[in-house]
Design a binder for this molecule. Sequence first.
Ligand code: AMP
Length: 424
Amino acid sequence: MSGQIRNIKGTKDLLPSESKLWLETESIIHNFMSLHGYSLIRTPIFEKTELFSRSIGQDTDIVNKEMYTWLDIDGTSLTLRPELTASVIRSYIQNNLGNQSPLQRVYYIDASFRRERPQKGRQRQFTQYGVEAIGSKNPEQDVEIILIASRIYQMLGIDDIEIHINSIGSKESRSQYSESLVSFLSPYKKDLSKISQKRLKTNPLRILDSKSEKDIKILEKAPLISNYLSKDDSQNFEEILNLLNNLNIKIIINEKLVRGLDYYNGMTFEILSDDIGSQSALCGGGRYDKLVEYLGGKATPAVGFAAGLERLIMILKDKQKNIISNNIDIYIISLDEKSISYSFAIADKLRNTLGIKVVCETLRRSMKSQLREANKNNSKFTILVGENEINNERVTIKNMEDGTQTEAPIDEIENYFGVDYEYK
Ligand code: AMP
């Protein structure tokens, strides 16, 4: 049988033209996390289904219809992770990370999988980076998380973001609020969107997330969660807001921000940007003090966020934020077959001694074509290697920016580039 095999809907190839931007952005994230004292954690791509159904909650879209789940040969139900918090907490408990240190600061950059309807900024395989701080219940820990989540955009030159924040309080406050929300909405039941009608029974707080205009209109007069918070909850939220204010981090209090996942309590936040169209959420997070206990560990408070890497890169690309240079430093032009091994030796030496980007010709093209290739790659220099050069043990170096040419002895070629040329 023959014919082309295509990728799966909602997945994307990372092509060479984009991979530099990805690598560079990932490397900025790694450095940024390290600056804040966070260490990388990497967990398996699949887990027992129960981990996600238990932690994310049965009444969520993720668990209900978006997980890639299958039965393994031995009958165990397995799932490709739809997010990483549950896996990180599973690992935290299983590896007794709490015994190693009263506070674990970890971060991740990894693939997640959700069977959503693909559209711009929404894929079925996507990459999340995120952090989890496990062990502190104090407001400064919440603030550290919001600071990391938001400053990374500013550092990358993305200023037009909005940070929405809310407190959903303890489970008790939330269930009281949920009851009064249901009493308020019930008389409007038939005017609500289909999905909200269903949620009125299964997960009323999620109705606040609704994008339906009818629902939004009805919700205008709905009770506010802030009126249901306990004194402790309110005080804690107040302290978070004060600390953010002192750091000059501008926030918008959004009482509709409840987030869809069951394990959140206290502070929740989201970072939004208009630059990515209808999928405006760049990042979401909050406090989840019950999850460790819920998954079988010792009661341990925790707070974190997860952000989409594709959406971040989409903005960087749209804004043509020039955080990377695709250029090569030197293109080595081989004039004939005999020159090839000399060219390779020179390139090897320059890369090893100077750590610069050097590319050799391997298509055996004409000198003109090789020069064109060097220009296409914005090569700063070319080195010409041919029979004469080999016989004289000297090569010709051309500065592609100003057109000047020099000769340099093959043996000492690294000195030519080592002096006053600044490598990027
Ligand atoms: P969530 O766990 O749903 O709050 O997702 C956290 C972040 O991951 C979102 O703010 C998005 O930036 C990103 N994200 C979530 N789902 C997708 C998806 N299907 N495709 C691309 N990015 C996503």
